[in-house]
Structure formats: C-alpha cells, structure tokens
Design a protein around this ligand. Structure first.
Ligand SMILES: [Zn+2]
Length: 411
C-alpha cells in the first residue's frame, strides 16, 4: 500500500469523502475494520458483499486520505494466505475505546485503539463503597486516567464499555439482582458515569462480554459456535451461536451458573436448588476445603492443588465433574465446536479441572455432538474489560467524517 504514514495530513478527495457518507463503501469498510479489527481485502469483500476489485480501489482512496494503513495478516491467516502484510487496519490516532470491568474488589480498565491493540490500562481497588455515587466516582477516576494515557497518541475516545457481574435488563440497561454488590442492582450506572465523563457509556454482563472478547481477541475468532464458562466467585457464561452472541428474548441467555446439576443440592442465591454455582464457584471450593484447612484464600487453594494435596484434588475434581454435567447438557442442546473455560478457578487449577470436565463430558454428552468439541482454557487474561471495549467498537451509531480542513473526526 502507498498510504500516508500515521500523523501526516489527510488528503481528502471529493470521491473519497463521498465514499465515507452513510451507506458509502468507504464508510462500510471503516466500520468493518473498527468492528472486526485488521482484515484482508478478501475478508472485507466477503463480509461486505463487494467485489475484491472495488474493495481494493476504495482501500486505496482511504489510504490516500490517511485513514487506513497496512497490517500483518490477521491471527491464524498467515499460512492460508501466504502473503504477510496483505491486510489493512485503521491507522493509529483515529481514536480509541475504553473497557471497564467491575469486580467485587476492583475496577480494571483498559483502552484499545481502533485496530484492537491495547494501548493503556489502569486498576484501582473498590472495597465496600458507601453508595453508588462513591463507587461511580472511583470508576470515573480510573477511566479518566486511562483516557489521559491514551488520548495523546490515539486521539478521540469514542466511548466507554462497562462490564458488570450481573444480567443486564435490555430495557433499562440496569443490573438485575445477582451476586454483584447490591449497590449496583437497578442503579442508573450508565447515566451516572456518562454525566461524570461526558462520553457515551455501554453496559453489558461479564459472560456476554467475555464472548465478545473471545470473538475479537481469543480462540472464538476462528469458530462460530462456542460457549464460554467463567469459574470465579460466581459462575458466569455466554454463548456464541452462528457467529452471533446469543442474547435471548430478554437478554438473559447464557446464565450457565444456574443450570441445575443436583436437584437435591444447596439452595442457590437465585432461589432455586442445586444450581451449578452452588458447587462450582470459588465460594464452594472454599467451603469444601474448610473441614481440612479452615478458611483458605484463593492463592492457598491453587498452592494446595499445585502440591497435589488429596483433599484439594478431590474438591477440584468434584467441581469439574459438576461443570462437566452442565457442559454435557449444553453440548447436547447447542452442538458447539469449542468450550472455553475462563475465570480465576480455571487455568490456575491446572489440567486436573479440564480432565474432570472432559471425563464427565465423555460419559454424558451424545457421541455425535461431543466428537468435534474442543475443551480448553481461555487464552485471555482479562476478557471482561476487553469485551466491554468490544461493545463500544461494535456500536454502529458513530461515523468517521472528514471536515472541510481535511481532519477526520467522529460524528
Ligand atoms: Zn441459581
């Protein structure tokens, strides 16, 4: 490509600017690159239903306007294409997005540029805030720090995505009752944060956002049908079916933690009995080990498993067995090609947990459906804030335009 280098003046042409208008090929290519990340011309042709010749012409125009630049071939496509460097990406400096994750004890925040590269990050503890205003002030402070870090090089912030450990009501965009701190439940989090930072805010739940992160940055990039399960202080989940996040009628699909695995088991916080979450969370692991070791912190649990202490191995095997029951049910219903296990209790527990899940899966899932399922840990360390950033990247309401002075900005 002969595109201008990052930072050099944009060179708008009448034809190029027309192409950026609503429905124009240039605008559609920019939107596809923002949503999907760096892509080859062949991919863009397929995604947009436009001939490769036309895609090539318009990319040439966008390069002359200094909006796109060369990129390495997307992950996993180098061998297939055999032509490294044949992809394009939105250039550095066109903007960035912010993703925030709220956990029971932390606010974790990151920024990615429009080519999906993480460019800034910041964390802050969030322990027992007095009220929602105090909690939002902590969130706003971390977000401002990340924006300050990213803005000097990346330009304009397009918006902020917020991941909450709760189902989100699609009408109100507020958290429904769940294991998250009560102060988040039914609170106008989006409006409060927007008022403080003056940017659009998007809200999603952990499990669904982890699916978006796996789709853009993880192993979900290569498959259209996969399920993510997060084993943490609670059990989260999300489902990608046919390349789309499965939301369900009311946005509550993917609540894998409340699949019943033991009809006579413990009462769950949801009011049901024997949900997966009662036997497959960090809390349940701590309860299981209490008779032997007393109160144990997560780090001690991982240490005990690492030392192959019999009680710890039994507890994690029991946990994996229960997860395997739920996984088998999901395989029989949804026929995925990949099961991704994430969360604090996953990789740090080592292969013993995957072995237990796989053993139960092989016992219970239909042979035809389980034959092609891969079961693996997530390769992403922090999928939730990445997924929150993806929520903003996938927003379609903002468009890049070139003003009369030739400067690109977002409407
Ligand atoms: Zn439940």
């Amino acid at each position: 490509m002969t595109g201008a280098s990052p930072g050099s003046p944009a060179v708008p042409t009448g034809r190029g600017r027309d192409s950026l208008r609503d429905g124009g090929t240039g605008g559609r290519i920019l939107q596809a690159l923002r949503t999907s990340g760096p892509a080859t011309r062949a991919d863009l042709s397929r995604i947009l239903g436009i001939s490769r010749t036309r895609v090539g012409q318009v990319i040439g125009e966008l390069a002359r306007m200094n909006l796109v630049t060369d990129a390495p071939a997307p992950h996993g496509q180098e061998a297939r294409l055999g032509r490294p460097g044949s992809a394009v990406r939105l250039r550095t400096g066109l903007g960035f997005v912010v993703g925030v994750n709220i956990t029971h004890a932390h606010v974790r925040c990151l920024a990615t540029d429009l080519a999906h590269v993480v460019v800034a990050a910041a964390d802050e503890p969030l322990v027992d805030p007095l009220d929602i205003d105090q909690a939002i002030e902590v969130v706003a402070r971390v977000v401002r720090r990340v924006i300050d870090k990213a803005a000097a090089v990346q330009g304009e912030c397009l918006g902020v995505g917020l991941a909450l450990p709760a189902p989100i009501d699609p009408e109100t965009l507020r958290a429904a009752p769940s294991s998250c701190h009560q102060l988040w439940v039914d609170a106008p989090v989006r409006e409060l944060l927007q008022a403080r930072i003056g940017l659009p805010v998007y809200v999603g739940n952990h499990g669904n956002l982890a699916v978006l992160a796996e789709r853009l940055w993880g192993d979900g990039h290569r498959v259209d049908d996969f399920i993510w399960i997060g084993l943490d202080t609670n059990v989260g989940g999300g489902i990608c079916s046919g390349g789309q996040l499965l939301r369900g009628r009311d946005g509550f699909a993917g609540e894998l933690g409340h699949i019943v695995v033991d009809p006579r088991g413990e009462i769950c916080r949801c009011g049901n009995q024997g949900c997966l979450e009662t036997v497959a969370s960090l809390d349940s692991m701590q309860r299981a080990l209490r008779p032997v070791y007393g109160e144990v912190e997560p780090s001690r649990i991982f240490e005990l498993i690492g030392r192959a202490e019999p009680a710890a191995l039994r507890a994690i095997t029991n946990l994996g067995t229960h997860v395997g029951v739920a996984v088998s049910t999901l395989i029989n219903i949804l026929n995925p090609s990949l099961f991704i296990v994430g969360g604090l209790l996953s990789r740090q527990c080592g292969p013993v947990i995957l072995d237990a899940i796989r053993t139960e899966m092989n016992r219970r899932a239909l042979p035809a459906a389980r034959r092609s399922v891969r079961l693996q840990f997530s390769a992403l360390r922090r999928p939730e804030p990445l997924g929150a950033a993806a929520l903003v990247l996938m927003d379609t309401s903002r468009h890049l335009v070139i003003d009369e002075a030739g400067r690109p900005h977002w409407t």
